[in-house]
Design a binder for this molecule. Structure first.
Ligand SMILES: Nc1ncnc2c1ncn2[C@@H]1O[C@H](COP(=O)(O)OP(=O)(O)OP(=O)(O)O)[C@@H](O)[C@H]1O
Length: 943
């Protein structure tokens, strides 16, 4: 692809050059962003780019170096005419990431300067790619007309400045954002309470919609809170980033992590900075916030102002997003239950995908947020259920609302771009459609009676925006609109008399040119004479070369001034054409100026009503979600659950929301199953046995997912459900190897199971699927055994525990809260048939060999396995594990020590523990260490 010379003067040292682009990364096939952690020292090394070298470089390069020195941690997009250029290491990084060719331009300190560039018109595509790979980009624009620079002398350089830092958490462009995912920027501030204890303030915002929340967590709760919010970028002080104890958190998050200087989180400035940001005298009116929350919020706005270089996004006032009001779900559980994404990172196959019936991007984002943060308080859940129930009964109204919602554009993001002065005519059009849609929906809801409180609140919010805005936008805007306002042509004829006048002048000039061409052709007797235009020489007369010679002779040359001789043609200008040209140019300039003023006036009117429009937009998203949940309940035959503060968990005829739909697509039925963990008669912990493939995992997960759905306010896939609100949900599967983190299967299982046994309280719901399978039979059995005893005696929570260790079923004799359940199977001509039915009792056998046979194992191997099994069973009969239950004294767990006491008792055992690094251990070493710790502990007790 050949590029034109950049059209600015004073920088003639920039030669035209060749640049080839590989296939452009398309927004549609965007690769999912790799897990990364932003490395601050990634770009050009500073010693190479000392601005002090400026004496030895061209003025333009000196300017580049100075600007780059101010942004060492970002790739610098340096605007040159129609391209953004990157130099030095920035160019190398960008060319590798974007797949564009690296070229050279001039020398710096004797070495070639690497360079690559991206066309301004396609910058968004490239930005998207760079951001997805965790880079930050500083966008440096030309701040004056090149003609201005030229006036200062031919060598002078166009003024440039960085207008914006683009980072994963601060983007607003439609093309860079995923429509149904909130793009959260999270700031984490640490407040030390003592040497051993710290509180963390979390402040998060979605700049593209204006949402702004704060919350607080202690050290153990921080990871779960980050997993719940699932931010795109995390900003934190360098000291917090470098804290060894938190290291794994920053390494393992999907978000880009941006450490910043401590001044960003300056506690002494917090209130003042927040008040300045919101333009208020004091922030007391926003409510009461903890110190940690305020420091985080002020860090967040400080970072935003720095990345937006002074442009202030319109953010809602901060609001406490109480973590305690939400079900605690840690990262491993979220992954395991595939709430928003499957374990392989795709949306398809997740719970979100299965239940999402929303029709707007804002609704999709809100539903995802609800799924990420189910509620705990029944009095918060009930109003949502009432609203869903209201629409579940009204199919006709639902249909009318959805038709209107479908055509409503994503106006939250358009409003955000407007506030940042990044909006274009199409954003105004989106607001025109959006506001008109809001008015229609308001009318529709107004005609209904007996609205439940949530729907009544939606109606009030929809009525808030200024009703005159939509008609005003309709009157001002054309139907077909350009992307950029600087292209003009978006204001409707008839809206502005001044604009219509200048446009008439421009159109009339065109007619004059046509007349002039006819006259010139007649006078010169050259019929092929044409008047044309290009950007280099403006309007000119073009004639075939042979005819052109006559124009150089007296008679014609007085009128026609020679400009260019081309292959086969000659070009001339005339005084009349020059006059016309300047008239046309000034008419076009004037027309554009009027259009930009119209744009600015409309933008101002919309922003003045910003709070009302944002409230109406939020109401629109809420309406979409509520109606979508009603559609889901109707389509999939879900029932309204009873959620209260009890410890009940009684599901009748429960189904797995994702598996059920998958089976339905194949025309297969799903077998519904009951689950009662209420505890009085049924047992609060169910030990589930049954062969592989019988449906154990499906049953376990369906109950966890039913709890999640019930607590977001949705109806659930069951005939009837009574759920005592779950405050924490844990789900673990006998782990697969987690080689990426350098841990073995067994270690992962132990770390994760330990987390549950340490944290689950009486209102928790715990799902454990084949815990202990990652190690030798007896080790695994013993650990599973001890874990069940702990769950029953210490955690006293509701739990489902699937296992292949049939020996464990004996435990019900000793543990009254434990009940056995099994997957019913039957045999047919020697083959196992799965009935997918959960019934009380224990599996009599594993059917492992039958399943192997079903899987196509060679007949000889199956036969041999039968023989070995017979032998093993004979041996077990001589020393049955069942006897153990009678022999072993009942589990006696020590009460959990208070954290304070634990710190004080730092002893030999603690030191031995400190010396261990589980990440560096093999399973064998971990086991050895566990035994040696236990031995040490036993010795201590005897002392
Ligand atoms: N209730 C059900 N109704 C109909 N089909 C079901 C049901 N439960 C499970 N299935 C089907 O059986 C398959 C196996 O289920 P699942 O993975 O839960 O078995 P499992 O007992 O956990 O097996 P493994 O021990 O091998 O993990 C599922 O993919 C699903 O197609």
């Amino acid at each position: 692809m050949r590029r034109d010379t950049p059209s600015f003067v004073g920088e003639a040292q920039v030669a035209p050059f060749l640049l080839s682009l590989s296939t452009a990364p398309s927004p549609a096939n965007r690769a999912s962003p790799p897990a990364f952690c932003y490395r601050p020292a990634m770009t050009t090394s500073p010693q190479k780019l000392e601005p002090a070298d400026a004496q030895n470089v061209t003025p333009m390069m000196a300017q580049y170096l100075e600007i780059k020195a101010g942004h060492p941690n970002a790739l610098l997009f340096y605007r040159m005419g129609d391209f953004y250029e990157l130099f030095f290491e920035d160019a190398e990084v960008a060319s590798k990431t974007l797949g564009i060719v690296l070229t050279k331009r001039g020398k710096h300190q004797g070495e070639d300067i690497a360079m690559c560039g991206v066309p301004v018109v396609r910058a968004d595509e490239y930005l998207q790619r760079l951001i997805a790979y965790g880079h930050r980009v500083a966008v440096c624009e030309q701040m004056e007309d090149p003609a201005e620079a030229k006036k200062r002398g031919s060598k002078s350089v166009v003024k440039r400045g960085v207008v914006r830092l683009v980072t994963p958490g601060t983007i607003t462009e439609e093309t860079l954002l995923e429509p149904t995912r909130a793009n959260l920027l999270l700031a984490v501030a640490r407040l030390r309470i003592s040497d051993h204890e710290a509180r963390f303030g979390l402040a998060f915002t979605d700049i593209s919609t204006g949402e702004f929340g704060v919350s607080e967590a202690d050290a153990p709760g921080l990871a779960a809170e980050i997993a719940r919010l699932d931010p795109s970028e995390i900003v934190l002080a360098e000291s917090v980033y470098e804290d060894g104890e938190l290291g794994s958190l920053w390494r393992e998050t999907r978000a880009a992590v941006t450490p910043v200087g401590r001044d960003v989180f300056d506690g002494a400035q917090a209130e003042r900075r927040l008040a300045a940001f919101y333009n208020v005298g004091t922030i007391d009116g926003f409510g009461t916030f903890s110190r940690a929350e305020l420091v985080a919020a002020s860090g967040l706005v400080t970072y935003i102002l720095r990345t937006q270089v002074g442009q202030k996004p319109a953010l809602d006032p901060l609001r406490r997003d109480g973590a305690s009001a939400h079900m605690a779900i840690d990262a491993a559980t979220r992954t395991n239950l595939e709430l928003l994404r499957t374990t392989s990172g795709e949306r398809s196959g997740s719970l979100f995908d299965a239940i999402d019936r929303t029709v707007t991007a804002g609704g999709g984002r809100l539903l995802a947020q609800w799924l990420a943060s189910p509620l705990v308080r029944p009095e918060a859940i009930m109003p949502r259920q009432d609203a869903v129930a209201f629409f579940a009964e009204q199919a006709l109204l639902r249909g009318q609302i959805r038709t209107r919602l479908k055509s409503a554009p994503d106006i939250a993001r358009s409003m955000a771009r407007l506030a940042l002065d990044r909006a274009g005519p199409r954003d105004l059009a989106a607001l025109r459609e959006g506001l008109a849609g809001i008015a229609l929906l308001e009318g529709l809801l107004q005609r209904q009676t007996d609205l439940p409180p949530v729907v009544a609140a939606i109606l009030t919010a929809l009525a808030r925006p200024d009703q005159s805005l939509a008609p005003r936008l309709t009157a001002a805007l054309q139907e077909d609109l350009p992307l950029l306002k600087r292209d003009g042509g978006f204001v409707r004829t008839g809206f502005s008399a001044e604009l219509d006048e200048t446009r008439a002048l421009r159109d009339e000039s065109r007619r004059v040119i046509a007349g002039l061409q006819a006259r010139y052709a007649e006078e010169s007797e050259v019929r092929q004479l044409k008047i044309k235009h290009n950007n280099m020489i403006g309007y000119f007369v073009e004639v075939p070369q042979q005819a052109g010679e006559a124009f150089l002779q007296p008679g014609l040359r007085e009128t026609y001034v020679h400009r260019q001789t081309m292959a086969g043609a000659m070009r001339f200008s005339t005084a009349e054409l020059s006059t016309l040209e300047s008239r046309i140019a000034s008419a076009a300039d004037r027309a554009l100026a009027v259009e930009l003023q119209v744009f600015a006036d409309l933008a101002q009117a919309l922003l003045a009503d910003g709070a009302a429009i944002r409230a109406a937009t939020e109401a629109l998203a809420l309406l979409d979600v509520i109606v979508a949940l009603a559609v889901l309940a109707d389509e999939e035959n879900y029932a309204r659950p009873l959620v209260d503060a009890s410890l009940a968990f009684a599901i009748e005829g429960g189904r797995h929301p994702v598996v059920e739909q998958a089976l339905k697509r194949e025309g297969k039925p799903f077998v519904a199953n009951d689950c009662d963990l209420t505890g009085e008669k049924s047992g609060a912990i169910w030990l589930l046995t049954g062969p592989n493939m019988a449906g154990k995992s499906t049953f376990l997960r369906q109950n966890a997912l039913i709890a999640v759905l019930a607590q977001i306010g949705s109806f659930v896939p069951a005939r009837k459900a009574h759920i005592g609100a779950v405050d924490a949900l844990f789900s673990r599967v006998g782990a697969a190897d987690d080689l990426a983190r350098g841990r073995s299967t067994f270690m992962v299982e132990m770390v994760e199971t330990a987390a549950i046994l340490n944290q689950a309280g009486p209102h928790a719901l715990v799902i454990l699927d084949e815990i202990g399978r990652g190690t030798a039979t007896f080790d695994g059995l013993s650990i599973a055994w001890a874990a069940i005893e702990n769950l029953s005696a210490v955690n006293r929570c509701r739990a489902l525990f699937a296992t292949h260790y049939h020996e464990l079923t004996q435990l019900t004799k000793k543990l009254p809260r434990l009940a056995n359940a099994t997957m019913r199977v039957t045999e047919w001509h020697g083959d196992v048939v799965f009935l997918h039915e959960v019934v009380p009792g224990a599996a009599d056998r594993s059917y492992g060999i039958q399943v192997a046979k079903l899987a196509g194992m060679p007949a000889a191997v199956v036969e041999r396995a039968r023989t070995v099994l017979a032998q093993l069973e004979a041996t077990d009969r001589q020393a049955p594990t069942a006897k153990l239950v009678d022999d072993l004294p009942l589990f006696a767990a020590a009460p959990r020590p208070a954290p304070q006491a634990a710190v004080k008792q730092k002893d030999e055992l603690g030191e031995a523990l400190d010396a261990l690094d589980p990440n560096d251990m093999t399973p064998r070493q971990a086991l050895d260490a566990l035994f040696s710790l236990k031995a040490k502990r036993d010795t201590d007790k005897k002392r």
